[in-house]
Every structure is written in structure tokens, then in C-alpha cells.
Design a protein around this ligand. Structure first.
Ligand code: KIV
Length: 264
């Protein structure tokens, strides 16, 4: 199977083919996800919570992400590999470029940044210099202390409009992919229809172009609890590769996420 690129994802969007994404942090799991057909792998800063045991993603460093990106890269051949820019590693355009370069050199195909209007200059600079960008709006976990907790975003008309405007501005600045997290499904649908770039949802309903989940939630091994928007596929299948195939099948068929996984 040929390597997934941003052009592949645009083609999927145009054809109405839903695609799957999953976090991965090491070569073995990443290799299994890649060979089962997960289209996009993200070395997420969620590793701060699921690997390192922190309460949020803020302690994660650029060295942590570069290390895990290099591990994942060695295990895969087909999936598009995105690496998260961690907290405070992209607070100025110059710092953003230096750190994004480290992640690309570690093996990423694209970097992901959380935020809206304040990021436009950085997104433009990165794109113009050959670094593809995935933007991330809605519940952006690096801003958990600004939000006052992990809370659904865009519930009122004013915030929903701001998120939609930011999505359009990020696309215009050059972003090639957008993740929307924990927003009402109606807003996710409006964003997906308004953009020509693919939109990946998590806790954002079934109407985005793709879905992403944290691998530990899919395999039911997250410490504490499984978020409402996620699903433990290992419980229903009993085997890791079957769990991943079930996730891919349900996303392709549009049956995941179901009503119980969304924030209406
Ligand atoms: O860090 C992460 O795993 C993420 C996904 C949940 C989108 O950003």
C-alpha cells in the first residue's frame, strides 16, 4: 500500500471516504497500527498523561516528542506521521521553526500546533519553509488552565463563530490538516463543510472527515477512566489487531462515533 500523504487525505475528503488516526508512541504498536491500515499516526503530547503519568500534557518536552517520533518512524511504512509540538515549544515563530525542524528530522511528516489566530504567522512561516502543519482547535489541552479544566468548547454562538473563523484563517495561512477536539457535532460539521483541508475529530461527532483517538483509550488501558467520546475496542474484540480493525471499520462505516460519544 502506498504511503499516506496530505494529498491522500484530501482525496479521501473529496471522495467522502472517512479515514482513521490514532496516537502511537513506540515502534511496535505503531507497526501494528500501520499494517492494519490506520491512515494517520500522531505522536501526541498525550504521552505526558498515558506514558509519563502526569495529570496534563504541560510537562512534555520537545526532546520527549522527538524521541518517540523517532521510535514510531522506525516501525511504520504507510501511515502519515504527525508529531505534536509540546507546550511552550512554539511561543514565537523563531522558536517554532527550530523545534519543528527537530521533529521533522526525527521522522515526522507534519507537526501539530494548538491554537487559533495567534498562530497564523507561525503556520505561514513553517509551511513556506517546507514543514506541513496540522492545526488543533476546540479543547486544546495545553490551555487546560486557561479553560479551567478539560471542558467542551464552542457551545455558545460567539465561541462557535470564533472557532469557525479561526479554522478558516488557519487554512488560509497554510495549515494542511485540522484536528477539532470536544466541540458540538453541529460546529464540527460546519467547519468540515467550510474547509477544503481534511478535518479530524475527537469528541466532535461523526461528520468530520476523519477520527482520532488515544491508543490507550482504544485498548482500555488508560489509568483512571475512559473519556466519554472514546471507545474501548479491546473489550469487544479481545485482541489488539482486531480492536484496531474494528475501530477502522466503524469509522469507515460512520458508526463511530455514535450519539453516546458526542457532546450535543
Ligand atoms: O496529544 C494527543 O494525543 C492529541 C490528540 C488527542 C488529538 O492531541
Amino acid at each position: 500500500m502506498s504511503k499516506v500523504t496530505s494529498s491522500t487525505l484530501i482525496k479521501f475528503k473529496q471522495e467522502g471516504k472517512k479515514f482513521t488516526a490514532l496516537t502511537a508512541y513506540d515502534a511496535s504498536f505503531a507497526g501494528a497500527f500501520d499494517s492494519e491500515g490506520v491512515d494517520v499516526l500522531l505522536v501526541g503530547d498525550s504521552l505526558g498523561m498515558v506514558l509519563q503519568g502526569h495529570n496534563d500534557t504541560l510537562p512534555v518536552t520537545i526532546a520527549d516528542i522527538a524521541y518517540h517520533t523517532a521510535c514510531v518512524k522506525r516501525g511504520i511504512s504507510r501511515s502519515l506521521l504527525i508529531a505534536d509540538m509540546p507546550f511552550m515549544s512554539y511561543s514565537t515563530p523563531e522558536q517554532t521553526m527550530e523545534n519543528a525542524a527537530l521533529l521533522m528530522q526525527a521522522g515526522a511528516n507534519m507537526v501539530k500546533v494548538e491554537g487559533g489566530h495567534w498562530l497564523l504567522e507561525s503556520v505561514k512561516m513553517l509551511t513556506e519553509r517546507g514543514i506541513p502543519v496540522c492545526a488543533h482547535l476546540g479543547l486544546t489541552p495545553q490551555s487546560v488552565h486557561v479553560f479551567g479544566g478539560f471542558k467542551v468548547q464552542g457551545r455558545d454562538a460567539e465561541n462557535a463563530q470564533r472557532i469557525l473563523d479561526e479554522a478558516k484563517a488557519l487554512q488560509a495561512a497554510g495549515a494542511q490538516l485540522l484536528v477539532v477536539e470536544c466541540i458540538p457535532p453541529q460546529l464540527a460539521k460546519a467547519i468540515t463543510e467550510a474547509l477544503s483541508i481534511p478535518v479530524i475529530g475527537i469528541g466532535a461527532g461523526a461528520d468530520t472527515d476523519g477520527q482520532i483517538l488515544v491508543m490507550h483509550d482504544v485498548l482500555g488501558i488508560s489509568s483512571g477512566y475512559i473519556p466519554r467520546f472514546s471507545k474501548n475496542y479491546l473489550k469487544q474484540t479481545g485482541e489488539i489487531r482486531s480492536a484496531i480493525r474494528a475501530y477502522i471499520d466503524e469509522v469507515s462505516a460512520g458508526t463511530f462515533p455514535a450519539e453516546e460519544h458526542t457532546f450535543n
